[in-house]
Design a protein around this ligand. Structure first.
Ligand SMILES: Cc1cc2nc3c(=O)[nH]c(=O)nc-3n(C[C@H](O)[C@H](O)[C@H](O)COP(=O)(O)OP(=O)(O)OC[C@H]3O[C@@H](n4cnc5c(N)ncnc54)[C@H](O)[C@@H]3O)c2cc1C
Length: 401
């Protein structure tokens, strides 16, 4: 199965990490994923295993107790994990985005306070931009922070927090007009607050309620929640970076690396769908031969494998670009867009190859079929990716006439 999605030029350390993760996925995740998903059960044992492997600190600098690895290493690990079960990659993803935002934008005190315990997996992160009335249009956020002495008072409702219940640190984006005169552009009057809380549901801190899990069609096991702030008091030293008005940019920076991560998830799920399809096609016989011997099915397999390769190459390219210190919004947008669309198509083809059995909950492809659509939405829909890609192209190819 290792022929597809190879990555040239990896160091020995990267190869060793990946082989350990692949082994863990094959032994500890794939055998239990579908059963846990059907029960919508949080994979505590798997999470404990990931903690032991140090995966929660993979990209956190060594000085804060992490492994200090690159975005590429991280994305390749996520690809492996999503191949096993996409929900597990979701458990890591929001943690990774919050750790990344702290590393890039946090004050020294904030880094020292949070990163070592995040690297150990003892503090786990979630991030919250979306609200009931908005997702794509982040500038329309209505949740608000008002300064009161050395504290801020936060009010508003948030929606769709991946790991909202299980996390103990949420990076929350709200409007904060203080210090920003009327008429300031919306994205310049937003602030990210680092909100610590108890894991769980109900009132997890005075003024902060996590009502319960949203019941989803797929992507089960990992909790997705609302978050309600009603007079939530946050100390001024928990403004990310110590200065208000920078939240929009901090979040967009986090989402940019998150997009590589979602692309990697699409690659992993597509790989698994291909594996399932190519195996089933050689076992199932119709008209006197394995269906893999019918040209129509072979063509499907050829298309699926080509998509797996193309998505992997674009995802690796986007990760390497960010690792080199360059702006990668164009590459990340393209990789996220292509990998999530291809993932859905490859999963659908694998489902068709399974015939009626693909519709049975006994077959893994049934789970993948419900999981793939989430990747079309999370970290920005296809339309939003195309807006980013289009804008960047017009910058790069400005008409000079
Ligand atoms: C399972 C799950 C987990 C999530 N986890 C998180 C999380 O952890 N944190 C978080 O903050 N958010 C999270 N989200 C929210 C997610 O980021 C949003 O759902 C997503 O950004 C889309 O926003 P929306 O649902 O409000 O759709 P809308 O923005 O209302 O869009 C609806 C449709 O209109 C299209 N559209 C919107 N604007 C335009 C335009 N200008 N031009 C053309 N088409 C447009 C969209 O592409 C889409 O097809 C999660 C969502 C899901 C489903």
């Amino acid at each position: 199965m290792a022929r597809l999605a190879q990555t040239a030029g990896l160091t020995d350390v990267q190869q060793e990490i990946l082989s350990t993760v692949r082994d863990f996925v094959d032994k500890e995740i794939i055998p239990v994923a579908t059963e846990l998903e059907h029960r919508d059960e949080y994979p505590q044992q798997i999470v404990d295993g990931l903690k032991e492997l140090g995966l929660f600190g993979l990209m956190i600098p060594e000085e804060y107790g992490g492994l200090g690895e690159s975005l590429l290493t991280y994305a390749l690990c996520v690809e492996e994990i999503a191949r096993g079960w996409m929900s597990v990659s979701g458990i890591i993803n929001t943690h990774f985005i919050v750790a990344y935002m702290l590393k890039q934008h946090g004050t020294r005190e904030q880094k020292e306070h949070f990163l070592p315990r995040m690297a150990a997996g003892d503090i786990r992160g979630a991030f919250s931009m979306s609200e009931p009335a908005l997702g794509s249009d982040v500038s329309a956020i209505t949740s608000k922070a008002v300064k009161d002495g050395e504290e801020y008072v936060l009010n508003g409702q948030k929606m769709w927090l991946t790991n909202g219940g299980t996390s103990s640190l949420v990076a929350v984006l709200v409007r904060s007009d203080e210090g920003h005169p009327e008429g300031t552009a919306p994205h310049k009057s937003m602030t990210t607050f680092l909100v610590e809380k108890e894991p769980g549901f109900g009132e997890v801190r005075p003024g902060l309620t996590i009502p319960g899990k949203i019941d989803k069609m797929g992507y089960k096991g990992v909790d997705t929640t609302e978050l309600i702030m009603d007079g939530l008091r946050i100390s001024a030293d928990r403004v990310l970076g110590g200065v208000t008005g920078r939240g929009f940019y901090q979040m967009m920076d986090g989402v940019e690396v998150g997009r590589v991560n979602v692309a990697a998830r699409g690659c992993g799920v597509a790989q698994r769908a291909f594996e399932l399809g190519v195996q089933y096609a050689q076992q199932r016989h119709t008209f006197g031969k394995p269906i893999a011997q019918h040209q129509a099915i072979q063509f499907k397999l050829a298309e699926m494998a080509t998509k797996v390769e193309a998505a992997h190459a674009m995802m690796v390219n986007a990760a390497r670009k960010k690792d080199s210190g360059e702006r990668n919004d164009l590459e990340a947008g393209m990789a996220k867009y292509l990998a999530s669309e291809y993932c859905k198509e490859v999963v659908e083809d694998a489902f068709r190859i399974h015939g009626g059995y693909g519709f049975s909950k006994e077959y893994e492809i049934e789970r993948l079929y419900r999981e793939a659509p989430m990747l079309l939405i999370g970290e920005g829909t296809a339309e939003i990716q195309k807006m980013i890609i289009g804008r960047r192209l017009l910058e790069e190819y400005r008409f000079q006439g």
